[in-house]
Design a protein around this ligand. Structure first.
Ligand code: R5P
Length: 293
């Protein structure tokens, strides 16, 4: 019997691709990657193509530009075989460059949206994109799906002391609210300020009542340099909370940042497998499959 879907995995999302293909009963094709001495990527798709809807899955975490060009290249080849090509980019790099913060800045998210269209993408699915604004640049069908229920479900199984959900900034308020509602808990929002030139963050100091002795869950879309989570944790610890946990969709950081976050007082970080790694304990393949079918 012919499968309805073919899943092609880019190198950065192989594990997730395997899980997704299994859930969809899809044919799985891997991309074989080589690098030329000058750094160019050379991709070969190996496997038997059936005429079907094709799903190309690849997160564009670091090395962002390499993963991005590989994703676009795979889509352009998949277009030759597929009746439709759906790009699943669980972590969408460049999504934070979705507006001109300072005069003269390039809105790179817009450039990338145009590239996805030009290589023949029919539809794009992303997970917890930094801001929905990024999706407006795609002139193809686009959807953002959220991993917040998956993360909240994980936390509902932990033994926590009177937990309170915290968003480190106003941009993340809706995510924290959703997380808190699922757990049937309250949430608060901190006031984060980022210096647009240096990238440094600080939390606006104010006394927050009612957090003494409570476990806190910081909810964020992503952790990169760790600056946001570190500053928020230091601030919350000063207010005499108990433990600080972190739930984030995309854990972009490496071991060094992980150590700094621990040092700031975070007990545990839980992320999803949009980016593989030690903290990626929440699987979102089921959520992606539902969005596709
Ligand atoms: C920013 O507004 C985002 O929601 C994240 O809080 C931020 O991008 C995390 O980056 P970093 O770990 O570098 O502070």
């Amino acid at each position: 019997m012919l499968a309805k879907f073919t899943v092609i995995s880019g190198g950065s999302s192989e594990y997730l691709a395997k899980k997704l293909a299994k859930r969809l009963g899809a044919n799985l094709i891997k991309s074989h990657l080589k690098f030329f001495p000058d750094g160019e990527s050379k991709i070969t798709l190996k496997g038997k193509f059936q005429r079907s809807k094709i799903i190309v899955i690849q997160s564009t975490y670091p090395p962002v530009n390499e993963n991005l060009i590989q994703t676009l290249s795979i889509i352009s080849k998949a277009r030759e075989f597929g009746t439709e090509v759906i790009a699943v980019v669980p972590y969408m790099g460049y999504a934070r460059q979705d507006r001109e913060f300072l005069p003269g800045e390039v809105v790179t998210m817009k450039v990338i949206a145009n590239l996805f269209k030009s290589v023949g993408t029919s539809r794009i699915i992303v997970i917890d994109i930094h801001s929905i604004r990024g999706l407006k640049y795609f002139q193809i069908k686009s959807s953002n799906i959220t991993a917040i229920p998956n993360l909240a479900k994980y936390f509902s199984k932990l033994k926590l002391t009177n937990p309170l959900v915290v968003s480190p900034d106003h941009g993340g308020k809706a995510r924290a609210k959703e997380f808190a509602e699922i757990l049937n808990r309250e949430f608060i929002t901190l006031e984060k300020q980022r210096d647009r030139k240096t990238g440094r963050v600080k939390i606006k100091a104010k006394k927050i009542n009612g957090i003494t002795g409570r476990d806190l869950i910081l909810v964020d879309d992503m952790i990169s340099t760790g600056g946001s989570i570190i500053k928020a944790t230091e601030f919350l610890k000063k207010q005499k909370c108990k433990r600080v946990f972190v739930a984030c969709t995309h854990a972009l950081f490496g071991d060094e940042v992980g150590k700094k976050i621990k040092k700031a007082g975070v007990t545990r970080i839980i992320s999803t497998n949009t980016i593989p790694g030690r903290t990626a304990l929440v699987d979102i393949s089921g959520t992606i499959a539902k969005a596709i079918i």
